[in-house]
Write a protein that binds this ligand. Structure first.
Ligand SMILES: [Mg+2]
Length: 319
């Protein structure tokens, strides 16, 4: 059954240069369909129901042409994990030409040190903070007011400062920094998005977690906010589809979070998805030089089982 869906199935395990999302190795499945190479890479802790949405995206990209594209390159933001500020310079060097940086923030002081270090490197850099829903309403209120006081208008937006929409609505009313939502979309794909503009100013969409091109466009239309496309820490293959998604929006052209292969030891992709002059080209990509990243046999067996279960989940849903 696997062979029916997948030619050239590759299970890879690629080390990350710095821990990101608490992981130090990224495991992914790459495969080829009638339209080209695709990627299925839900994080290991995700259950079959969530993984099925990623699979829907992976199968669509493998077997259907890309949507109509409005540009052939996409501006890319740098991505800064929660690292020692001494590492900022080296990490930013992986994103040459980027005019925007997204900083993962846990507590206020660590975040402030990273913001200060970035501005020290480049005073013109636009800054996005990503809190991943980690702050209470009280923390978000005081931290964001303090960031604004300390650094002024350097912030493009703050991504998901709090977990719930009610909290976001309060923050939006009180804080001068625009609000972007990420988890509020990704973790509740079946909800009513028509009121989201009461809670946020920008919507973050991701190719795999939204369920693919058609699903992402449907969600974007319902939300009615400017969108920014971000990665799910994919290899260059998944990133190629994220780039196509970004280029398929006629009206939205701000820097996208698709430069994340710089965080990995390799993007295993040709053409490369390492950014040049702040941009990435929108092109289909193929795996290259992946041999050293082939996963151990027991991990391959794990992924094949996972893929089969995910496909069964999709079959069950459509019957
Ligand atoms: Mg986020």
């Amino acid at each position: 059954m696997l062979e029916e869906y997948f030619s050239d199935l590759l299970i890879l395990a690629i080390p990350l240069r710095n821990k990101f999302r608490g992981i130090s190795v990224r495991e992914v499945a790459l495969f080829r369909g009638s339209s080209g190479w695709s990627e299925f890479s839900p994080f290991l802790e995700y259950g079959d129901e969530e993984a099925a949405i990623w699979m829907q995206a992976a199968l669509e990209a493998a077997n259907s042409p890309w949507p109509d594209l409005y540009r052939d390159q996409v501006a890319i933001n740098a991505t800064l994990p929660m690292v020692d500020p001494a590492k900022v310079k080296e990490i930013l060097a992986g994103f040459p030409g980027s005019r925007t940086v997204k900083i993962k923030v846990d507590d206020f002081e660590n975040g402030a040190l990273l913001v200060a270090e970035v501005l020290e490197e480049d005073a013109e850099m636009r800054i996005r903070l990503d809190i991943n829903g980690g702050w209470s309403l009280t923390q978000a209120r005081s931290n964001l007011l303090e960031y604004h006081l300390r650094f002024g208008n350097v912030f493009d937006y703050v991504e998901q400062p709090c977990a719930t929409l009610d909290e976001l609505a309060e923050i939006k009313a009180e804080v001068a920094i625009p609000i972007a939502i990420d988890e509020s979309i990704r973790k509740r794909l079946d909800s009513d998005f028509s009121t989201i503009s009461n809670y946020a100013d920008v919507a973050i969409l991701k190719w795999q977690p939204s369920g693919g091109f058609k699903a992402a466009h449907r969600i974007a239309q319902e939300i009615g906010l400017p969108v920014v496309i971000s990665s799910a820490l994919e290899t260059g293959i998944g990133i190629s589809h994220g780039l196509a998604l970004a280029a398929s929006f006629a009206d939205f052209n701000s820097a996208c979070g698709l430069g994340t292969v710089a965080l990995m030891e390799s993007d295993v992709s040709v053409p490369t998805t390492l950014i040049r002059d702040g941009f990435l080209e929108v092109k289909r990509r193929e795996p290259v030089d992946f041999e050293r990243y082939l996963a151990a046999p027991e991990r391959v067996a794990h992924w094949k089982q996972r893929i089969l279960r995910t496909l069964e989940h999709i079959e069950g849903r459509s019957n």
